[in-house]
Design a protein around this ligand. Sequence first.
Ligand code: CUA
Length: 176
Amino acid sequence: MKKIGKKIGFVAAMALVGLAILSTRYDMVDLPVWHFFGGGRGIDPASLHLQGEFVESNLGAAEGPAGSVTVRMIAQQFVFVPQCIVVPAAVPITFRITSADVVHTLSFLGTDYGLKAVPGAVTEATFTFAKAGEFKIPCHEFCGAGHYAMRGQLDVVPREQFASLLPGERRTCELR
Ligand code: CUA
């Protein structure tokens, strides 16, 4: 009976190690498993531009009810679409991002904020940028040959200035 006890102990230990690996390699293991079982409502990375939330006219910063601001963005090898986004300062900004191909990570230089863009899923997070300024958004996940050149930009402008911008001017940094 002692032998069986040892065996059970060994199996339990292996199960624990397995669980530990699963919990640390979240994006490599858990996400695909989660998607396999139908998590994330499976948006199709190949048709993002054609239908649904991430069509081009819906990208960039948009004002919702009660002055809330939502930013929609696609990460793809090796650009962010839109490449530059304009948002108001001191307002909570809800980001909704996805990937058209592989996993990318947006990091907002000069802040602690970061976001993972995963194909087939939408990542949502809300960040507030206290003051106006420019933030580079380099990709922080090795995503292929062009990874090191993959960077977007976030322009944080005063609230009143944001309010005066047309929708098209909120997804480019060139018109101002
Ligand atoms: Cu995208 Cu690295």
